[in-house]
Design a protein. Structure first.
Length: 108
């Protein structure tokens, strides 16, 4: 279970969609200067996002988490745009449910 950092396009004053991140190759950048050269600022996850993720993880481990149909649809949308690669095979991780609900516009 994890949440990604958001990618802010300085010139356009908006967040990149996940599709844009994966298709452009930005998701593979390793150095801060690469983001700077492309006018992208990585946004740290907020304390609220991290807390929500921790609560979800705790509830999943305790067996008290209830996944909704909407949550499953949002997960599917995310993983449908995530690039498939022989390097990593099938990824079984999930994205934090609240993060996807709050950032559903990044899925298009």
């Amino acid at each position: 279970l994890h949440i990604p950092k958001k990618h802010w396009l300085r010139d356009e004053h908006r967040f990149m969609t996940f599709h844009e991140i994966f298709e452009s190759g930005v998701g593979r950048y390793m150095y801060a200067r690469q983001y700077e050269e492309d006018g992208i600022e990585l946004i740290e996850n907020t304390p609220e996002e991290i807390e929500s993720l921790a609560i979800e993880m705790d509830e999943r481990l305790k067996g008290t988490w209830h996944t909704t149909y909407e949550d499953e649809e949002l997960q599917k949308r995310f993983w449908d745009v995530f690039p498939k690669s022989e390097l990593h095979g099938e990824i079984k991780s999930r994205i934090g449910s609240e993060f996807l609900r709050e950032n559903r516009d990044m899925l298009y």
